[in-house]
Design a protein around this ligand. Structure first.
Ligand code: F6R
Length: 612
């Protein structure tokens, strides 16, 4: 979490940094700050969002062709002005921005206090910059050398950029287990937590690897070395991102824009992979590792949050269509429980950001144990995408709203394609059904568009649930993980407590909660468990619960018993989640909006969870 941006070159640094911080605000928005150099160093920082910083610095000297900026998601120390980054060394000479955690900061701090250092903040970051400053002073080291030695004493995760006011012609940056991208312009450089702040300035990027230090100078030169002091030949890539994708356009919020993008993003995920008329489905990521994937004894899917819900749908898809055993794991649990993972397992990581610390660590563990690592990732060039043996990008484009929407449907689409591909090749999907599925898949983008037509109905419905305290979401089969996802969406952006359950499990506990004040969202589409879920609705109604049912278009049965029904188009059963999740995303959006919540930046959350 936390977003960092730095600039050195001939342009004014402040506007570039602020624009970049706004693009990175999804990573944290507890406080923001900048340090700028022009004849002297100026550090401005403020609790709150980037806009609070912008108001705070109005009228102040913002000049400088070099600067660093930060938007924070608090780990050590409460969100306030003092704990906001940048932090400075005791003599005020060095200034740092940091994303990550210094785990052994307490020991380092104690030693530094014994040497006479005093600290103004509660952060681990301030400890790091004091350490670097001390090491540099002791032996009169170059800044990059002091950084290298300091980092050898540090345990933790970090992406850092340091500005030295005695040598403002360069910036020194380093990373370990937190992302850092270097943008190369015309005699200018940009450093950022992801590539979005670079869009509009340069399309030449280098994704720094773990344990690398970069020194960028205002004469247009740069050098990358490993922590072992070996010079690296940088791999310069072309950035494929446009500004339109980073802006809200006519939408009030990124979340709504991203919900509405789904017909396109799902189509983008299928582009070049499916052709129903020609009767083929290709998955390049599987093809390059076909032998190991087809001989795998089982698949383990590891993920967090919404991505974990997509993985659960993957389990249903893989087991039903390809008849391959699947285990779905919370990455945070998998990494710490000495799991049995073998060389003939395939571990699939699902991650929108490609930076989630727990997912990354689970993959490293699985890799050590010899499993094949497959990534289903949105963010191109991210850490997870780079440690995998193979994978499929979901091509959803930047997801900026903190609540994941289009990444979820992208992940489910990629899993669906994989399941069909493997099922057909393994002979577990008959030819006629295979063709039916391909045709069905190609209709999904248009059906998602149709599902979005319930928006106005849901907007009106949402006003009835503004004062709700608890909500239950129920589903069966493919719709059970969708119920979990619907509940997560509601709680994270509206702060209403919500639980997702397999509908039949309701009888084993949650039914005790149901009374006339309890809204129960039931996903009751017309496939295999239809009668069963209709009975579950009766059970809720018998206890006076308020039923909001998601049904298949044309349904006449459930609308007789439910209080409210929302229709989605019919489809092949394995594709149902791609449609049934749409009204749930809209429901949480409109309820949160009606309650006056900050939909794109819900409290306490950050989009990229780079701490465990
Ligand atoms: C919820 C949400 C989170 C993420 C989770 C994993 O809307 O966005 O639950 O799904 O933090 O993040 P990624 O997919 O980036 O690994």
């Amino acid at each position: 979490m936390c977003g960092i941006v730095a600039y050195i070159g001939k342009k004014e640094a402040y506007p570039i940094i602020i624009k970049g911080l706004k693009r990175l605000e999804y990573r944290g928005y507890d406080s923001a700050g900048v340090a700028l150099f022009n004849e002297d160093l100026r550090v401005y920082k403020k609790k709150g969002k980037v806009n609070d910083l912008v108001s705070f610095v109005k009228g102040k000297n913002l000049e400088g062709h070099v600067g660093i900026g930060h938007t924070r998601w608090a780990t050590h120390g409460e969100p306030n002005d003092i704990n906001a980054h940048p932090h400075t060394s005791d003599d005020g000479r060095l200034t740092i921005i940091h994303n990550g955690i210094i785990e052994n900061y307490a020991t380092l701090k104690e030693a530094l206090i014994k040497e006479g250092h005093t600290f103004t903040s509660d952060t681990d970051t301030e400890v790091l910059i004091h350490l670097i400053g001390t090491l540099q002073d002791k032996d009169n080291l170059k800044l990059e050398e002091a950084v290298r030695i300091a980092l050898s004493q540090v345990v933790g995760a970090y992406a850092i950029v340091i500005l030295d006011k005695d040598d403002p012609t360069k910036l020194v940056a380093a990373r370990k287990a937190s992302p850092l991208v270097l943008g190369i312009g015309q005699n200018e450089f940009f450093l950022a937590s992801d590539a979005t702040p670079l869009v509009g300035y340069t399309s030449q990027v280098v994704y720094l690897n773990d344990e690398e230090i970069a020194v960028v100078s205002n004469d247009g030169t740069f050098e990358i070395k490993t922590f072992d002091n070996e010079i690296q030949t940088p791999y310069v890539q072309r950035l494929n991102m446009n500004i339109e994708k980073l802006e809200k356009g006519d939408y009030e919020h990124f979340m709504l824009k991203e919900i509405y993008e789904q017909p396109n993003t799902i189509a983008d995920c299928m582009r070049g992979r499916v052709n129903a008329a020609a009767g083929w489905l290709k998955m390049g990521g599987i093809e390059v590792q076909e032998e190991r994937i087809f001989n795998a004894k089982r698949f383990i899917m590891a993920a967090c949050g919404t991505s974990w819900h997509a993985a659960l749908i993957g389990e249903y898809l893989f087991e039903e269509l390809a008849r391959i055993p699947v285990e779905v794991e919370y990455a945070s649990e998998l990494r710490y429980r000495n799991p049995i993972i073998n060389k003939d397992d395939v571990v699939i990581a699902l991650s929108q950001s490609g930076e989630t610390a727990d997912t990354m660590a689970a993959l490293e563990l699985a890799k050590e144990k010899g499993a094949l690592i497959y990534g289903i990732v949105n963010s191109v060039g991210s850490s997870i995408s780079r440690i995998t043996d193979s994978g499929s990008y979901i091509h959803a484009g930047p997801e900026i709203g903190v609540a994941s929407t289009k990444a979820f449907t992208g992940q489910v689409t990629a899993l669906t394609l994989m399941a069909i591909y493997m099922g057909y090749k393994r002979g577990t999907i008959p030819k006629s059904y295979y063709h039916q599925l391909l045709e069905g898949l190609e209709k999904i983008p248009a059906k998602v568009k149709e599902a979005l037509e319930c928006d106005n109905q849901i907007k009106k419905l949402a006003t009835k649930f503004i004062n709700t305290n608890h909500t239950l979401y129920l589903g069966r089969g493919y719709n059970f993980p969708v119920a979990l996802e619907g509940a997560l969406k509601l709680k994270e952006i509206s702060y209403i407590h919500a639980e997702g359950y397999p509908a039949a499990e309701m009888k084993h506990g949650p039914i005790a909660l149901i009374d006339e004040n309890m809204p129960v969202v039931v996903i009751a589409t017309n496939k295999s468990a239809y009668e069963k879920i209709a009975s579950n609705i009766q059970e809720v109604k018998a206890r006076k619960g308020i039923v909001i049912a998601i049904v298949t278009k044309g349904d006449t049965e459930i609308s007789k018993i439910a209080d409210y029904t929302i229709e989605i188009p019919d489809t092949e059963e394995p594709f149902t989640p791609l449609l049934s999740v749409i009204p749930l995303q809209l429901l949480s959006y409109h309820i949160a909006l009606a309650r006056g919540c900050n939909v794109d930046q819900p409290r306490n959350l950050a989009k990229s969870v780079t701490v465990e």
